[in-house]
Design a protein around this ligand. Sequence first.
Ligand code: ATP
Ligand code: MG
Length: 243
Amino acid sequence: MSRPVPTQDPVETKKLPGNTMIEMIKVSRTYVPDITALSDISFAVDTGELFFLIGRSGAGKTTLLKLICNMDTPSKGLIEVAGHNINNLKGNKLAHLRQKIGVAYQDFKLLSDRTVAENIAIAMEVSYKKASAIRLRVRDLLDQLQLADKHDTLTGDLSRGEQQRVALARSVANSPRLILVDEPTGNLDATTTERVMELLNRSNKAGATIVIATHDASIYKDGNHRVMELRNGKIHSLSRNSR
Ligand SMILES: Nc1ncnc2c1ncn2[C@@H]1O[C@H](COP(=O)(O)OP(=O)(O)OP(=O)(O)O)[C@@H](O)[C@H]1O
Ligand SMILES: [Mg+2]
């Protein structure tokens, strides 16, 4: 039998049955000598879902997000993202999939000697977006996040709450298919938290699958979302909010 002809965009076209964006099967992550950050985690996130990950400090939320975006590798188990075993992807295929995942890290990972606008533009530049489109998108995101006056400020000179929003803007800038957000509202007041959630809800309505790790009950208690609680590296509960 002849092999199928590869498409130009293998990551875009391959999908799991039932439109699953993320699937973890029996995933564990241990650190030497004897720290179990995650143990036997199995769950799936649908394409287009807005999914919350909760749990006390040290429960394993950040570890789980890092495994999904291939920043870290599991000690055991299988992780599929957009139909690909993310730990088996290499070179161009891995780079291509990573371009479709936007991540806002808990510790922001901004370039402190670059401006706010430059930090947000990075994700779009690596995928060769036009300079004019990048400028418009950056301005629009800064407006939405009440940071318009910080366009040319070095991120090292921003408050933590401002840095947090720049990290968020960078994660959504290139309209990725999957957005992973780690504690997006930890340093923010109620009004700014609302702005952040409006932006994430807009990205979700536009088709992005979003996983948010949070301690902030105000952002997940309303709405029809699934909420998964980790305790000591294990799934304690996985339920759907119906309010
Ligand atoms: N690189 C590492 N080396 C050793 N232990 C680690 C490492 N990364 C995480 N851990 C441990 O794994 C556990 C889970 O950490 P993780 O950062 O995933 O928790 P978290 O739920 O995100 O916590 P927080 O709410 O404080 O952000 C913790 O006990 C942590 O100390
Ligand atoms: Mg964390």
